[in-house]
Design a protein around this ligand. Structure first.
Ligand SMILES: Cc1cc2nc3c(=O)[nH]c(=O)nc-3n(C[C@H](O)[C@H](O)[C@H](O)COP(=O)(O)OP(=O)(O)OC[C@H]3O[C@@H](n4cnc5c(N)ncnc54)[C@H](O)[C@@H]3O)c2cc1C
Length: 445
């Protein structure tokens, strides 16, 4: 390939991280190539989730417009629920506020194949308006199989027989991170305890019925996280409402699954049989199933260096995801890291300096955003929620207290001061353990 064909930046991966980077670069009038292995951006992406915070709206202001049929997201999350489950019962904290209905929204539910496709269209429009309308492109259906290196500097990409050169490559390939590992930015071997398996089903309903089931008004939506439903395996479940579907699934620790000799789909099946979930699924039809690896939010998965000469790594490929039990924050972190990498490329082009020492500024920028700040600040929470008791003993404890407190059986009732010590003894808990857990939770969450 001749030098006139050289791109300012090649982005590998058309997920939310890569598309955010590409959009910012196209808007800044750089010559770019985004390569996605799926037939369209979003084709390979797991079905959905909740996109938290304002980052997406900042990067793609068109998201703030009022849409009708073309709306790329599903619902605005104004209702948050957290459920503690035992085998037979569920205790749910339910928070609802219209304060989350103000733009930019606090959270929106998305179906990725649709959402990423729309982001891809935004990138193509930005390219069409740039000076490189004929030269920049979003190329789909192409698997990048290598990064091209010259004197330890990334100088482009290879896909089969084809090679493409660029001043810089943004690696946005997602959690499998084969290219990231091949150039030594990520360790060759990723420990099983640092990643989980995400499984997800999409269930379709008549829209009125769905809104009635979850007491939803207009395009408002609900997200529910669950703990105690994984038969002791580290992890939890989630249920997010979309327009006329729900995304229902689990994220389970890979090492814990092996240790407990459990299969993810068996756990999901028994979750669906729980008395709190079974009636929700009545009259629904499962229309999609997917599974994907997911970082668990441990900072040890984040490479020490997110850059090298000629390349930066963003999103899941860099292990940038936080899960503190309150929500999974992966998409917003992916988009913010994509944006910060793009800003770094824009500066690098001005200086004509794509060296490692300059691209280091990407990591410095990221350290100033919520992405690295939250990941570092909430490592205590990540450890706290990985306490094995969180997955069975504590949810059982909560449900037993409420069951006893609500029981009316014709016998004289007990006061809480009698119920609590009884349950603590029966379940082999101790006041000290409960108190120290409560303090740790308070300090870390
Ligand atoms: C079950 C589950 C539930 C989740 N729920 C949520 C949630 O509710 N909220 C949230 O914020 N996050 C959630 N996440 C995490 C979120 O999906 C990720 O953090 C996010 O998708 C990361 O974006 P990314 O762009 O880095 O990677 P991806 O979205 O994985 O995109 C990577 C892209 O690169 C492409 N690609 C990969 N390799 C190549 C190659 N060699 N050549 C060309 N193309 C390539 C892929 O096809 C893909 O399109 C969930 C994850 C799972 C598994």
């Amino acid at each position: 390939m001749q030098d006139s064909d050289k791109f300012d930046c090649i982005i590998v991966g058309g997920g939310v991280a890569g598309l955010s980077a590409a959009y910012v670069l196209a808007k800044a009038n750089l010559k770019i190539l985004l390569v996605e292995r799926g037939d369209w951006t979003g084709a390979k992406n797991v079905s959905g989730g909740v996109l938290w915070g304002p980052t997406a709206f900042d990067i793609f202001p068109a998201l703030l417009n009022d849409f009708s049929a073309d709306c790329p997201y599903e619902r605005v999350i104004t209702n948050r629920r957290l459920s503690f489950m035992s085998e037979t019962s569920a205790t749910t904290f339910d928070f609802k506020t219209d304060n989350f209905y103000k733009k930019p929204y606090n959270g929106i539910s998305v179906l990725r194949s649709r959402f990423d496709k729309w982001l891809g269209q935004q990138v193509e429009e930005a390219i069409a308006e740039s000076d490189f309308a004929e030269d920049s492109l979003v190329a789909t259906g192409i698997l990048v199989d290598r990064l091209l290196l010259e004197d330890n500097k990334v100088v482009g990409i290879g896909a089969g027989e084809d090679t493409f050169s660029s001043d810089c490559v943004i690696i946005a390939e997602g959690v499998n991170s084969l290219l990231t590992r091949a150039v030594g930015l990520q360790t060759g071997f990723v420990e099983a305890e640092l990643v989980g398996t995400g499984i997800k089903e999409v269930w379709q309903f008549d829209q009125d019925m769905l809104e009635a089931k979850f007491q939803l008004e207009g395009d408002k939506g609900m997200s529910n996280e669950f703990v105690g439903c994984t038969q002791g395996v580290e992890g939890g479940a989630f249920l997010y409402t979309n327009k006329d579907t729900i995304s229902l699934g689990m994220v389970l620790g890979l090492a814990a699954l092996r240790e407990h000799k459990k299969a993810p789909y068996d756990l999901l099946d028994s979750f669906k049989q729980h008395p709190a979930i079974r009636p929700i699924l009545k009259h629904g039809k499962m229309v999609e199933y997917s599974a994907h690896v997911v970082p668990v939010g441990d900072i040890r998965l984040v490479p020490k260096k997110l850059y090298m000469s000629g390349a930066m790594v963003v999103g899941d490929a860099a292990g940038l995801l936080l899960n503190t039990g309150k929500a999974i924050e992966g998409m917003n972190m992916a988009m913010e890291s994509g944006r910060q990498a793009a800003y770094t490329v824009i500066d690098a082009k001005k200086r004509q300096d794509y060296s490692e020492s300059f691209l280091k500024s990407y990591q410095e920028r990221l350290a100033e955003t919520f992405v690295l700040k939250d990941m570092i600040r909430f490592q205590g929470a990540v450890k706290f929620i990985h306490n094995p008791a969180m997955f069975d003993r504590y949810p059982l404890f909560v449900n037993t207290i409420l069951e006893r407190a609500f029981t009316v059986d014709g016998k004289p009732k007990k006061k809480m001061t009698e119920i609590l010590p009884e349950i603590i003894k029966e379940q082999n808990l101790s006041y000290w353990e409960l108190l120290s857990t409560a303090v740790k939770g308070g300090l870390n969450l």
